[in-house]
Structures are given as structure tokens and as C-alpha cells.
Ligand binder design. Structure first.
Ligand SMILES: [Zn+2]
Length: 324
């Protein structure tokens, strides 16, 4: 799960991250903890979408009108929580009723998608969210633009974010059509070894007793991860995917019978981001093998003749296809 989140932080184009697993395994804690690890970003001051001054093509209307004289500042990367009960208005934004009633103006009140621009949008229990809303979120995440047409409003604003959803599969499944639109899917299970369990409990207790001291104790480790992310982002554009790696990715998807080509695309982007994180000079079969389960396990069709789990099927295909 940590690796998947870091990969998405290096290259948001890998698509969203789906985290499925047991309750009480720290899924939400890990995602919220990500906020402190992300290198801060430069944004247009006063813009509700925190537009990126370095990408003129992605500016909102207001920033485009003032291009040239934009004031900027450094802000943290947003990690926005989307609560389960959130209405569509709250998510996409809506007519600012107060201004409409008191001043007779049609103004747009930005929603959670506006706040999540250039960051992460997190939904706990994504499997319990209305399918229609999940669909909408995946659409916006893929296009990077939120379009609102209602109550006489017509607004388009930048909304580039990584969608992170977590859930417990015992409480409901996501439709297969939605599953396959997440870039990565990871499984979190309750640790079964004694030292890990004791370590988790001890750290949790230490945090609750003195949050400030706990943060201070990990500040150096946090900074190391932040530096790694910064270096990986700088390194990413110089990495090219060798033909042999692309061919192996395609063979893997063929062997598993994944629908469409999203599997290969995700494998390629994810392997590249992993290589960047590790400071590797090239993308090898080893990178591919390591990220294949997270990239492919949610794209498999049910095979009535093969009752083994999807992770086991991917692992087996990796062993067969990538064998030296
Ligand atoms: Zn703007």
C-alpha cells in the first residue's frame, strides 16, 4: 500500500489507488499520513483551485484572465477526505445560494473536487459510495476537468487529482466496470507475526501519549521520503521503457486475458515510477514483476475453472511469462 501511494505521488497518471482489506489495519491512517510526506507545491494565491503557475494550459478562467500578474505562494499538497454522505453538490460544487439570494448574483461555490486539484481525494468505504458518484469521480480524475452545468451555471475548472479509495470487501464489492478504472489495487491484511503486531501497538500508544514527540522522532525519516519523492519526479522524464519490458508487459496481459489495454499502460507507468523511486537507470523485468500484482489483480475476469485468488493468478503468470 505504501509503495502504491508513493508511485501515485511520483506519477499521478498511473490512476487511482484502491486499497481493500481488513478493518483496523491502518488504511486511513496511511493515506492521511501521506499529506505530510508530499513536497509542497507552488500555487496561484487566492485561486480556489490552487492553479499551477508553471502550467499555463491548466489555469482556471480567472487565473488565465490575469496571466502575467499572478501572485504565487507555496502550499501543502491537498489530501481531501470525501465523506460517505457527501451530496453531489458538495463534491462537484454548486450555485452559491447565499450570494444568489442576497446579491442576486449567480456565483459558483467550489466543491471538494476543487479543493483536491493537484492532490489526492480520499474516500473511505468507497464500496459503499453510490456507483454513480464513483463513476463521476473516476471520469473527472481521468479528464482532469470538472464540468458543472446546472441552475443556469456553466463552469469548467481544473480538477487533477489521484483518487484513493479504501474499503472492506466483506461489506460490499465494487462493480467490475469501476474496479478496472483504478490504476492500482492493493490488499491489506492483518499482520500475523508477533513482532509486527507488538510494534504497531507500541507506536500507536506512543503517538497517543505524546503526538508532538512522536512526530519529532519521525521527522528525519519523513524528510528522507520527501527527498526521495522530489528526486524521483525529477528523474522520471529521463527514464525510457525498453522494448523488452514493454513486450513482457504485453505478454503478461495476454496470458492473464485482461480486457483492453489499460493493464499494459498501467504496468508501464507503474514500473517506470518504481524505477524512478529507486533511482534506477533503466526499467527491468524485475520492476515489472514487483508491480504486476497491484497493477493487474483487479482486471482479471472470473475464471470458473480457476478458483485461486486473483493475486495468486497474477503471481503465477509472472513466474511463467517473466521466467529467464
Ligand atoms: Zn486558478
Amino acid at each position: 500500500m505504501r509503495q502504491a501511494l508513493l508511485i501515485a505521488a511520483v506519477d499521478p497518471s498511473v490512476g487511482g489507488v484502491l486499497v481493500f482489506g481488513d478493518r483496523g489495519t491502518g488504511k486511513s491512517t496511511a493515506i492521511r499520513g501521506l499529506a505530510a510526506l508530499l513536497p509542497p507545491m507552488r500555487a496561484v494565491a487566492g485561486c480556489p483551485y490552487a492553479c499551477d503557475p508553471a502550467r499555463p494550459g491548466d489555469l482556471c478562467h480567472r487565473c488565465r484572465d490575469h496571466a502575467g500578474g499572478l501572485e504565487t505562494h507555496i502550499v501543502p499538497v491537498p489530501v481531501v477526505d470525501l465523506p460517505l454522505g457527501a451530496t453531489e453538490d458538495r463534491v462537484v460544487g454548486a450555485l452559491d445560494l447565499e450570494r444568489a439570494l442576497t446579491q442576486g448574483q449567480k456565483a459558483f461555490e467550489p466543491g471538494l473536487l476543487a479543493r483536491a486539484n493537484r492532490g489526492f481525494l480520499y474516500i473511505d468505504e468507497v464500496n459503499l459510495l453510490d456507483d454513480h458518484l464513483v463513476d463521476l469521480l473516476l471520469d473527472v480524475a481521468a479528464s482532469g476537468v470538472n464540468t458543472v452545468e446546472r441552475e443556469g451555471l456553466s463552469i469548467r475548472h481544473p480538477a487533477r487529482f489521484v483518487l484513493v479509495g479504501s474499503g472492506n470487501p466483506e461489506e460490499g464489492e465494487l462493480r467490475p466496470q469501476l474496479l478496472d478504472r483504478f490504476g492500482l489495487a492493493v490488499e491489506v491484511t492483518t499482520p500475523t507475526d508477533l513482532p509486527t503486531r507488538i510494534d504497531v501497538v507500541r507506536r500507536r500508544d506512543a503517538y497517543e501519549r505524546d503526538p508532538a514527540a512522536f512526530r519529532a522522532a519521525y521527522a528525519e525519516a519523513d524528510r528522507a521520503i520527501r527527498d526521495t519523492l522530489t528526486q524521483a519526479r525529477a528523474h522520471l522524464p529521463s527514464l525510457t521503457v525498453p522494448d523488452a519490458t514493454l513486450e513482457a508487459a504485453a505478454r503478461l496481459c495476454l496470458a492473464l486475458g485482461t480486457d483492453g489495454l489499460r493493464g499494459e499502460l498501467t504496468l508501464m507507468r507503474t514500473a517506470r515510477a518504481l524505477a524512478a523511486l529507486e533511482g534506477a537507470e533503466t526499467i527491468g523485468l524485475d520492476h515489472l514483476a514487483r508491480i504486476a500484482p497491484a497493477s493487474l489483480r483487479h482486471r482479471l475476469r472470473r475464471n470458473p475453472l480457476d478458483e485461486s485468488g486473483s493475486t495468486a493468478r497474477v503471481t503465477r503468470a509472472v513466474a511463467e511469462v517473466l521466467a529467464p
